[in-house]
Design a protein around this ligand. Structure first.
Ligand code: BLG
Length: 464
């Protein structure tokens, strides 16, 4: 009988035959959520590229908690891969097989600013501590408790990491344990959250596949991860998602969190209103306002540029702003100006670059930006790509280059930082204001730090 000789297809063959890669993950800013352009998150982006490489569709499922995630992974006809910020650990290795590592993280004890700072494991005694159920942090605490039974902690399967951080921030619990990458990412939302100390050594995050002997998928994953490590894709993703603290610094990050709570709410309605009128994203406008003035309406630069959106005298006049120090007028002028310069850009510049070019022009003016584009063209670069033009802008402050341009000297480094910072703030604001569930309707989010509402059954939760 011929059919008896035909081998059962391998997992990888099955994925390719079905044309679908089914992945299970967690719903959190570090893994998978919904942003202004749809599905996103570090894990999502990494695994989406993998599915693209395989030439198959990606299907994401989210688990309610870690136990659920590992349970689903083992099921016949369940998801074949878990990409969920999972740390390799002994107990887990009996349940699943891990891929090559892609991210090194250190578990960190988190406390609230103003409380006494714990510095070692003995300081955990007498504190109200909560961690995710089934997490490696729970394993770590269990091990510590064996040595020091006075340590007490609670494991919860009803929360995500952002919830734990918020609970520390608001004083509902004293301490939690969170991986360094998640702290770096979330510090910008929680003004009172501080790192107490690293608990234990760095460990590695990996993807996981079900236990078994079929290595087809695991081998494919490993060569993919090796490839993105070598070609820089992995580093770019790390910078984008976990680089907030690297760029802003810890102080900058929690100061942003403070301003997000204390300052932005005063101006949010103006950002929304004028953004709508000018058909720009209000969070982009708010991000400009933060870069320009840290959301302070009364600032003046050395060069006499003033107000929340830092309008020059000329721009203010052209936009019909009579008082630059009036927040509402400043935002109106900034919105109008942004929309106008964006509209006037060369048609050949497509989104999202178009937005970054408009931001650069907001800061340095369209004349100098055009000079940089001409320089780019002369160098054989693409004058319509931000990645290329941003390399040329700093040349505008060097005589050998600016002397040959139409508009001459400009502090060309400034718009490069300006755009990079605004993109960072824009990303941060997008998570804070992602669609939320109200009643049974998903609505455009108001300003707050969302967690994942696990009190509701999954079908009631917004697909974040
Ligand atoms: C911008 C203007 C542009 C102008 C450029 O300067 O201001 N943008 C706004 O008013 C919104 O219109 O372009 S031009 O009209 O084509 O010349 C160039 O002059 C403002 C910039 C200048 C910058 N901040 C918005 O980003 C600023 O304040 N720099 C000074 C920094 S410091 O205090 O000297 O350190």
């Amino acid at each position: 009988m011929l059919s008896a000789c035909v081998d059962k297809p391998s997992t990888l063959e099955r994925i390719k035959e079905d044309g679908v890669l089914r992945v299970i993950t967690r719903n959190s800013p570090a893994t998978y959520f919904q942003d202004r352009n749809g599905e996103t998150g570090f894990e999502y982006e990494l695994v989406k590229r993998f599915a693209d490489d395989l030439g198959v569709k990606l299907e994401i499922e989210t688990a309610d908690n870690l136990d659920d995630l590992f349970g689903q992974l083992g099921k016949p006809n369940g998801p074949v891969l878990a990409a969920a910020g999972l740390v390799r650990s002994e107990p887990r290795q009996q349940q699943v097989r891990f891929s090559h590592p892609y991210l090194e993280v250190t578990p960190q004890v988190i406390y609230r600013n103003g409380q006494s700072r714990p510095t070692n494991a003995a300081d955990l005694v007498g504190k109200k501590i909560m961690v995710l159920k089934g997490s490696t942090h729970a394993e770590q605490l269990a091990a510590l408790k064996k040595q020091n039974p006075a340590i007490d902690y609670e494991e919860s399967d009803a929360v995500e990491v952002v919830d734990l951080l918020r609970m520390v921030d608001e004083g509902q619990i004293d301490l939690t344990l969170v991986d360094s990458n998640e702290v770096a990412m979330n510090q910008v939302y929680f003004p009172n959250v501080r790192v107490a100390f690293d608990l234990g050594n760095a460990s590695n995050q990996s993807w996981a596949v079900a236990a078994g002997t079929d290595n087809s998928l695991l081998n494919e994953i490993n060569s993919y991860l090796d490839k993105v490590e070598k070609n820089g894709t992995l580093q770019r993703l790390k910078d984008r998602y976990y680089g907030h603290v690297d760029v802003l610094g810890y102080v900058g990050a929690y100061t942003f969190a403070q301003h997000l709570q204390q300052r932005l709410p005063k101006y949010e309605k103006h950002f929304r209103a004028y953004a709508k009128e000018e058909k720009v994203d209000w969070r982009l406008l708010a991000a400009i306002g933060y870069q320009e003035s840290l959301w302070q309406p009364a600032v003046t630069s050395k060069t006499g540029v003033r107000g929340l959106m830092m309008l020059t005298q000329n721009t203010a006049q052209a936009m019909g702003v009579s008082n630059r120090l009036d927040a509402k007028q400043s935002i109106m002028g900034g919105a109008k100006y942004l929309a106008r310069i964006k509209d006037e850009l060369d048609d050949k510049i497509a989104e999202p670059d178009r937005t970054w070019f408009a931001l650069a022009a907001y800061n340095v003016g369209t004349g100098h930006l055009d000079d940089a584009r001409i320089l780019a063209k002369k160098e054989g670069l693409n004058p319509n790509k931000w990645l290329d033009v941003k390399k040329m802008l700093p040349r505008l402050s060097q005589k050998q280059w600016y002397s040959k341009t139409r508009y001459g000297y400009a502090r060309g480094g400034e718009p490069v930082h300006f755009v990079a910072n605004i993109r960072r703030y824009y990303d941060i604001l997008t998570w804070v204001t992602q669609p939320q569930l109200e009643g049974n309707q998903v609505v455009e989010g108001d300003l707050h730090v969302p967690g994942v509402d696990k009190s509701k059954p999954p079908e009631d939760n917004p697909k974040l």
